[in-house]
Design a protein around this ligand. Structure first.
Ligand code: R5P
Length: 313
């Protein structure tokens, strides 16, 4: 058991940090994470951290590079302030899609970021729905990898779907789709997606039956919306009666929100692992991961099993 529990937040997601601190019934640590006139990041923590069990909550969104740098400086601050243990709580871990060298002369960005986080002083990482589970191995420290599935399932149960099919928008999402299908007693289909570059995707075909069924398309993230919108349209074209678009991380860059709004999705649902825009159209729904994170933090603090907490009831 470590000393007192402390939550420190960067600027990426103050609302989520506040919600987590409130659920943990602790005041948020007083800190300043600002900017010097030249744009460099200026960090000062006002509360005493000596011996504390510190959880630094910082998503790598909406400003991925700035927010990673803030996280690194916060980690260094806590280490130099003699914190007892430091956990980086990263609800959305960016740069995760570059997790292998799949062509010549490209970086493995997910590993570079992991190295930086460990090097700056993180002793543990708590994160949600990594793009690829094996990224855990990029850290030589314990990683608690939470799944947002209980949060998405809570929303799915409100839909009362009839004859559902869970659709993986690409081959990489098959395992996730199977897990949801198992919980829902649904079948599975896969969109055979081909990606040309960061923005252009093209689907080839739907593998599996969606005709006459309600399609639940589940992805780890929506970035430009390209993958999701194409999956929605192919599901509709192949005869799905309703189409729901769900993802853990609603990164929504460029015109993703407008594209999804004008798509034939009946509803779009994301969690708040990244800040949720305040003006989302009516068919967008969100659910918070605050409770999931707070429960995991509480368990880590008291050296209890994290996985046991999230077994579906
Ligand atoms: C890809 O492998 C991911 O799981 C997502 O499907 C993808 O990153 C979403 O990006 P976008 O919204 O830009 O298509």
């Amino acid at each position: 058991m470590h000393d007192r529990l402390t939550v420190v937040a960067g600027n990426s997601h103050p609302a989520l940090a506040a919600a987590v601190a409130q659920l943990l019934e602790i005041p948020q640590c007083q800190a300043h994470v600002g900017r010097f006139p030249d744009g460099e990041i200026d960090v000062k923590v006002y509360d005493d951290l000596r011996g504390a069990d510190v959880f630094i909550l910082q998503s790598t969104c909406p400003h991925v590079n700035d927010h990673i740098m803030e996280l690194l400086l916060l980690l260094d601050t806590c280490r130099r302030a003699s914190a007892g243990r430091i956990t980086a709580v990263i609800p959305y871990y960016g740069y995760a899609r570059k997790d292998r060298k799949d062509e010549g002369r490209v970086p493995i960005s997910a590993k570079v970021v992991a190295n930086a986080i460990c090097g700056a002083g993180a002793e543990r990482v708590l994160t949600v729905d990594l793009h690829a589970a094996q990224i855990q191995g990029f850290f030589d420290i314990p990683v608690d990898h939470l799944y947002a599935k209980p949060v998405l399932m809570e929303y799915l149960r409100t839909l009362k779907v009839n004859d559902p099919v869970v659709v993986a928008p690409d081959m990489g999402g098959l395992k996730r789709a199977r897990a949801y299908a198992e919980s829902l007693g649904a079948s599975v289909a896969i969109v055979d997606k081909r990606r040309f570059d960061g923005e252009k995707v093209d689907w080839q075909q739907m593998i599996g039956e969606v005709k006459g069924k309600e399609a639940l398309i589940i992805d780890d993230m929506i970035t430009t919306g390209g993958s999701m919108v194409q999956a929605v349209e192919i599901a509709r074209e192949k005869g799905a009666t309703k189409v729901y678009a769900l993802a853990t991380h609603g990164v929504f860059c460029k015109d993703a929100v407008a594209r999804l709004k004008s798509s034939s999705a009946d509803a779009v649902m994301v969690t708040d692992t990244v800040p949720v825009p305040g003006d989302l159209p009516a068919k967008f729904h969100t659910r918070s991961v605050a409770n999931l994170l707070a429960r995991a933090i509480r368990a880590i603090h008291s050296s209890e099993s994290v996985s046991a907490l999230f077994k579906e009831t």
